[in-house]
Structure formats: C-alpha cells, structure tokens
Design a protein around this ligand. Sequence first.
Ligand SMILES: *[C@@H]1O[C@H](CO)[C@@H](O)[C@H](O)[C@H]1NC(C)=O
Ligand SMILES: *[C@@H]1O[C@H](CO)[C@@H](O)[C@H](O)[C@H]1NC(C)=O
Ligand SMILES: *[C@@H]1O[C@H](CO)[C@@H](O)[C@H](O)[C@H]1NC(C)=O
Ligand SMILES: *[C@@H]1O[C@H](CO)[C@@H](O)[C@H](O)[C@H]1NC(C)=O
Length: 403
Amino acid sequence: MIQVFYTLPLLLAIANSVTYASPVELKRRLDNGLGKTPALGWNSWNVGQCSAATATSALAAANSFLTLGLKDLGYTYINIDDCWSLKSRNSSGFIVPDPTKWPNGIKAVADEIHSMGLKFGLYGCSGTQTCAGFPGSLGYEARDAATLAEWGVDYWKYDNCNTPSGNSSGRFMTMRDALEGARRPILYSLCQWGRDSVWTWGKTVGNSWRMSGDIEVKWASVASIASQAADISSLAGPGGFNDLDMMEIGNGGLNPAEERTHFALWCLAKSPIILGTDLTKIPASSLQIIKNKALLSISQDPLGKAATTFIPDSTSPVPVSGKLYPYWTGHLSDGVVVALIAVDSAVNLSVKFADVPGLGGAGSYKWKELVNGTTGYGTSVKASLEAHDIAVFKVMTGENHNG
Ligand SMILES: *[C@@H]1O[C@H](CO)[C@@H](O)[C@H](O)[C@H]1NC(C)=O
Ligand SMILES: *[C@@H]1O[C@H](CO)[C@@H](O)[C@H](O)[C@H]1NC(C)=O
Ligand SMILES: *[C@@H]1O[C@H](CO)[C@@H](O)[C@H](O)[C@H]1NC(C)=O
Ligand SMILES: *[C@@H]1O[C@H](CO)[C@@H](O)[C@H](O)[C@H]1NC(C)=O
C-alpha cells in the first residue's frame, strides 16, 4: 500500500529533476516580482520549535510588529515554521491544518494578518515528510501550491528533509513552477542548507536560498555563517539573495556586541532578516538593535549588492576561508559602506579611504557610523571595539571634497 502510494510521485519527481537540470531550463528565471530587497519578518522556529506553530503565536507576533513599531520600519512577514499541520493528509490528499493549533483554519489567520497590513508565511518540505515528520510536498507540489494560494499565503519556506538522493535543484524547480502555476505572488524561500552550490542556481529558482547549515545561538555560528557568505556575495542581487538563516537576537547566548554584529552583518550581506525570538519578551537592548533604521536602510538599499571582505594593505592578514574577517565593504545606491569587526578580542581598527576598493583614489569624505550615529569627515575612519563588536561607516561618495 505505502509503496504504491509513494512510487508514482517519486518517479515523477526524478523525471522532473532530469528535465529541469538541462541547461536550457536553467536559464529560466523566477520572476514573481517579489524580494527585490531582502525580506524582513519573523519566524516561529527559534521561538519554540513545534510548539510555536500556532495561530496564537502568529497573531501575537503580528501585534508586536504594530506595537513595537517594527511594521513602520518595514518588517512585514509573519512566518510559521514546521509542525502546523496534522501528521497525515486527508483521504483526498490535502494537507490539513492542526485544528488544535488553528481553530479557525489558516485562511482566517492570514486574513487577519493582511488586515493589519502585514503578510503571512508558511513552511513546507521538498521531501516525503518535513523535518519534524509532517506531510511533505514531494509529488504534491501543484496541489499544495494551490492550497497556499487559496489560503492567502505570501511566503513559502521550502525545506530539504526526507528527500530522494541526488541534486536538490529539480525538486526546488518543481515547486517554483507549481507556485507560478498557482497564480498568487508567493515569495519562495529555498532551504536546502547550501547544498549543490545553490548560490549558482538559486536565483533562477527562488527569491532567497539558505547558504549554510542551521544557525545556533552562539558567536561561533554567527561568525562562521557570515564568513561563508562573504565568498558568495557577488551571486546575490535584487529578486534573489543569500539567506544567512534566521536571527538569534533576543535569545540569550549572544552578548550585546555580538547581537550588534549579527544584525549588521546580515544587513551588509543582504540576507533576509527574519527575527526568531518571542517579541512579547524581547529585551530592550535587543529591540534597539533590530530597530536600527540606518542599518535597515543598508539591508533595503535598492541596489541590492551584498558587501564582502577586502584587504586594506599589505600588512593586513589574508582572509582565511571559514573565519570571519575584520574588513568589509560594499556599494550602496548612494555611497559605499565600510565595516570594521573585532573578530577575536578588543581591538583598535582603522582604514584609509584610499585603501577601500570602490572609493577609487584618495579623498576626504563625509561619513556616518550607523551603529551609534556618530558622524565625521576625513580621509579615514577608525573604531575602538570591544571583542566581537562592529562599526559600520556609510561613506557619502557624492560629497568628495578632494577638489
Ligand atoms: C480534504 O481537504 C480538502 C481541502 O480542505 C477538502 O476540499 C476535502 O473535502 C477534504 N477531503 C476529505 C475526505 O475530507
Ligand atoms: C545541481 O544542479 C544544478 C542545475 O540544476 C547545477 O547548476 C549544480 O552545479 C548542481 N550541483 C551539483 C553539486 O551537482
Ligand atoms: C585603543 O586605543 C586606546 C587609545 O589610544 C587605548 O587606550 C586602548 O588601550 C587601545 N585598545 C586596544 C585593544 O589596543
Ligand atoms: C556604540 O555604543 C556602544 C554602547 O555604548 C559601545 O559599546 C560601542 O563601542 C559603540 N560602537 C561604536 C562603533 O561606536
């Protein structure tokens, strides 16, 4: 019975992956008009894993977006992660929301969140089951995409557990086509943990793609993910971004300096900023960090270019793969950003503008440090940083007074 049930979808999925892996198909680009800048939102997983996949927790987060002023800053998506459905599809093959977690169904909650001016996201999986053992979409892609559209879902995080072996790209393309077929713009967030060089093809398939394993609430994890993102920064752009995973700000385990650096690096790398904490209990110091308007404007800069590392001069250390590097820079639509990071311990760091690629030639510039708002003017910037802290300078290239 079970074998008959799974064999056909599995064969179809394999056939699909063969078809879609051809070079001609790969040129096709997802164009749903969404994700021109990185998504800003919240997700239930880091709050309480399965227990947070409820209507109550979605509506509490949506309320917090309004009362804490997060909506006004651009935070939009309220996303529910794994464990929102029953363990089995109904006998007609549809996923059924768990009625104890969604007493009025999913659509009622999506409607309420829309009426607050926000958007609603759900989670699914490209395997036979989700990571927590709920129904996956393999072989049911078109049906599930239609269900999402009917409920008014705006964001779909698509995971990679319980899958057949082989390159994941075909499975993720099958869902892309199903979402397009459902005729509702749904932001498509690929979550296959950076497998199969996803950054090389992610843009043709989704609006963002996880480029690493899961984040943990510790500095080493934040530093390692950011260092990996630096290597693939050029492959991100409007409509398709590297996803460095959900935020761990407000969850303990990171001190204030580490939370500042976590937030600033995710903004610099143009990752989606998906908050992962109980917003009704977020500490004031963490709230201040996620409300930093100047850093959010780096994240949301329309140019959509991710920052990466640079070597300022011959006395600087050379970047080591997998280890966070102290010097970062990137282009903005209205300037250049330069960041300095105390990677290991407290340190005084400085950089001459003449040594920053993108600031072509020496000169004096106006700058603003975005973590604390200090402003200045000159030919260089410097910061005295405690361990794991960051300074982010926006350099106003329109105001070079070099003569
Ligand atoms: C399964 O769910 C779908 C969608 O809600 C519904 O239309 C269908 O009637 C259900 N089938 C059964 C057997 O309950
Ligand atoms: C996976 O498939 C995609 C095309 O569908 C290809 O670009 C990529 O290189 C493949 N990755 C691996 C590791 O085979
Ligand atoms: C940074 O510079 C200040 C001022 O010169 C000095 O007091 C401090 O010890 C320096 N910090 C480090 C870590 O070198
Ligand atoms: C910003 O302010 C915090 C808190 O006062 C301080 O610890 C940090 O060093 C400052 N950072 C910069 C870049 O000025």
